[in-house]
Design a protein around this ligand. Structure first.
Ligand SMILES: Nc1ncnc2c1ncn2[C@@H]1O[C@H](COP(=O)(O)OP(=O)(O)OP(=O)(O)O)[C@@H](O)[C@H]1O
Ligand SMILES: [Mg+2]
Length: 302
């Protein structure tokens, strides 16, 4: 039996590594990071849980991961990570600091850039500031295998721009009809945004993850319903990134200010998260387009 020292993140990360299966890259996989924007229609569906725990699961496989809390104005990924810190975003926009200066070491070996909470100005960044932010992320592309953007809920200009810069937009929904309807509306907006940014380069792939499913079957049916509607009305393939079971270990870990994947790695939600991480690891193992999509999106601003 494995015993966990829940007070020691390093030990928890070690234990997680023992649980994770699959190849671990000994050297950088790609020339540049794959960018995943984690988004949703409805709020509170589990974006931050997905972004944080998938990032840790992949860091445990030795991928170089940068997680950015881009839920501008209402950031809270630091709390889920047990870190509680904010970044000096105004210094970044004033040109006095690089994004690099805001990176802190997170549990499990990931790098993390905290967001800003309660700062209304951050929720309404100007087009120029969004451009500055993405340019700063771009300067870090070569240092990571994966950059995960924890976006806010809905389709604000911030979210639409960050999603348009990603290689994969991972939309999180729950099986609730309201969440499904909002997820579909968000997907529609992401596609519209991509088409109206000049259609340069390859569009981001849209993936769906069904969180808080009561059963595998409910997760499956929710995916099929949404993917079916997107195929029929948007002619859009939606990729299946799996489901995560509703599991009380998730809120329990939040209350204890520990990432659930380190604190309760064997719980049912974490088993599902690890399956999604394994799928992402397979994708990361594949070679990237030689030209950075991120770079091409940047060109749209210039
Ligand atoms: N699989 C799950 N089982 C049970 N509870 C969950 C699960 N996933 C998330 N939760 C709970 O749902 C709440 C919202 O999760 P989270 O903060 O990740 O959502 P969010 O989409 O990032 O929210 P926001 O839109 O406010 O950014 C949290 O309190 C978390 O504990
Ligand atoms: Mg969130």
């Amino acid at each position: 039996m494995v015993s966990y020292d829940h007070e020691n993140p390093m030990d928890q990360a070690y234990q997680l590594r023992q649980l994770m299966e699959g190849p671990r890259p000994a050297s950088p996989v790609n020339q540049r990071a794959h960018i995943i924007a984690v988004a949703s229609g409805k709020g509170g569906v589990g974006k931050t849980q997905v972004a944080v725990n998938l990032s840790i699961a992949l860091a445990a496989r030795n991928y170089r991961i940068l997680l950015l809390d881009l839920d501008m104005g209402l950031a809270n990924a630091d709390l889920v990570l047990g870190l509680e810190s904010t970044a000096s975003w105004s210094d970044l926009f004033d040109g006095r600091r690089e994004l690099d200066d805001n990176i802190i070491s997170g549990p499990g070996g990931l790098d993390f850039v905290p967001g800003a909470s309660g700062v209304a100005r951050m929720a309404g960044l100007s087009e120029f500031e969004r451009h500055q932010l993405l340019a700063a992320v771009r300067r870090l592309e070569s240092r990571y295998d994966l950059i995960v953007l924890d976006c806010g809920a809905g389709i604000s200009p911030n979210v639409l721009t960050f999603a348009a810069a990603a290689d994969t937009i991972l939309v999180v929904t729950t099986p609730e009809p309201t969440a499904i309807t909002d997820a579909y509306a968000a997907i529609k907006a992401f596609v519209w945004e991509q088409n109206n940014r000049g259609g340069v380069g390859q569009a981001a792939g849209i993936g769906l993850i069904v969180n808080m499913a009561e059963s595998r079957r409910e997760g499956r049916e929710t995916f099929e319903r949404l993917a079916g509607v997107a195929a029929r009305f948007l002619h859009l393939p939606v990729n299946d990134y799996g489901y995560i079971l509703r599991d009380e270990h998730v809120p329990a870990a939040v209350r204890q200010r520990h990432p659930v994947i380190l604190h309760y790695p064997r719980c049912s939600a974490c088993t599902c998260l690890m399956a999604t991480a394994a799928r992402l690891a397979r994708e990361l193992g594949q070679s990237q387009e030689p030209e950075s999509l991120f770079y091409r999106v940047m060109n749209m601003f210039l």
